[in-house]
Design a protein around this ligand. Structure first.
Ligand SMILES: [Zn+2]
Length: 259
C-alpha cells in the first residue's frame, strides 16, 4: 500500500467513525504507521470542520522519537494526546493503526462499571472484539505526555482494544480498516449493553456453546477466522459506500447499536 493510500484510509476512517458517532465533533483521532519511521496522524487545521469532514491534507506525516514528536512546523496542529499513538507503536510492532475516540456507549458503560457483553452472535465483529478481551485503563486523565501513556500501554497489554474509563477507547489493528472495524464493533456492543442494563430486566447471558469458538484453534474457529477476514473487507466497502452515498446527497442509514 502506498503512503497516499494509507493517508486516504486514515481520512476515510475518521469520516466513517464520525458517521457512526464513535468520533465526535472535532475530538478524537486516527493514525497509521506505513513504515518504521513514519506515522500518519489526523491533525487539526485552522479551518477545522470536524472529523466527519476530514480531508487527506489534514493527515500529517510525523515521527516519534525518544518521547518527542517531529513534524512539519507549518503543517496541521498535532493533537495534544499524540503520546497515545507514540507509546502504542513503540510497544507493539504488530500494530499498524490506532484509533482514539470518546464514544458515548463506552463512556457510559465504563463510568457505571457495566461490563460490555458478548451478544449478537450473528453480528461477527462485535462478539469477536469482546471475546478477544478488552481491558480497562482506570484513569480518565488526558494522555498528554509520554509518562501518562505508559499506564495505558500496560493496560492494553497484548490486546487490541482498551476501555479508558471516563475518557474513551483505543482500538488498534494491523491496518486502518481493522482498527476502525474494532472501534465501531466495540461501541455498538457497548451501546446495546447499556440499553439492556437499563431495561430493568434480568439479563440472560449467552452460553459458551451459543457463542461458539472464535479462538481460531479449532476447525470451526478456522472457518470463523476466514469469515472474519472477509467480513472486514465487506464492512469496509459498506462503510465507504455510505460515505459516497452521503456525499452524493442521498440519505443513508447510520444507526449502529441502538435498537
Ligand atoms: Zn482523549
Amino acid at each position: 500500500m502506498s503512503d497516499e493510500q494509507v493517508r486516504d484510509d486514515v481520512r476515510d476512517a475518521c469520516r466513517i467513525l464520525a458517521l457512526f458517532g464513535v468520533l465526535n465533533d472535532v475530538v478524537g483521532h486516527v493514525s497509521a504507521r506505513p513504515s518504521d519511521d513514519e506515522v500518519l496522524l489526523r491533525c487539526r487545521t485552522p479551518d477545522e470542520e470536524g472529523l466527519l469532514f476530514t480531508r487527506s491534507s489534514q493527515v500529517a506525516s510525523l515521527a516519534f522519537k525518544e518521547g518527542r514528536v517531529y513534524g512539519d512546523q507549518n503543517g496541521p496542529t498535532i493533537p495534544i494526546e499524540w503520546p497515545i499513538h507514540a507509546a502504542i507503536y513503540e510497544a507493539r510492532p504488530d500494530i499498524g493503526a490506532v484509533v482514539h475516540a470518546h464514544p458515548p456507549g463506552a463512556l457510559m458503560c465504563g463510568l457505571a462499571g457495566v461490563e460490555v457483553l458478548p451478544m449478537r452472535v450473528y453480528d461477527y465483529a462485535p462478539i469477536r472484539v469482546i471475546l478477544e478481551g478488552v481491558p480497562t485503563y482506570p484513569s480518565a486523565a488526558m494522555i498528554d505526555r509520554p509518562e501518562r501513556a505508559e499506564g495505558l500501554v500496560a493496560a492494553l497489554g497484548d490486546k487490541h482494544v482498551c476501555l479508558m474509563r471516563g475518557h474513551g477507547i483505543v482500538a488498534t489493528g494491523a491496518t486502518v480498516r481493522e482498527a476502525t472495524i474494532r472501534a465501531i464493533a466495540y461501541e455498538s456492543a457497548a451501546r446495546m449493553t447499556w440499553r439492556l442494563a437499563n431495561s430493568g430486566r434480568e439479563i440472560i447471558h449467552l452460553s459458551a456453546e451459543e457463542i461458539g469458538d472464535s479462538s481460531g484453534s479449532s476447525s470451526q474457529g478456522d472457518t470463523a477466522a476466514a469469515v472474519h477476514d472477509g467480513w472486514a473487507d465487506w464492512s469496509w466497502r459498506y462503510y465507504r459506500r455510505l460515505l459516497a452515498e452521503r456525499d452524493a446527497g442521498r440519505m443513508v442509514p447510520v444507526e449502529k447499536g441502538w435498537p
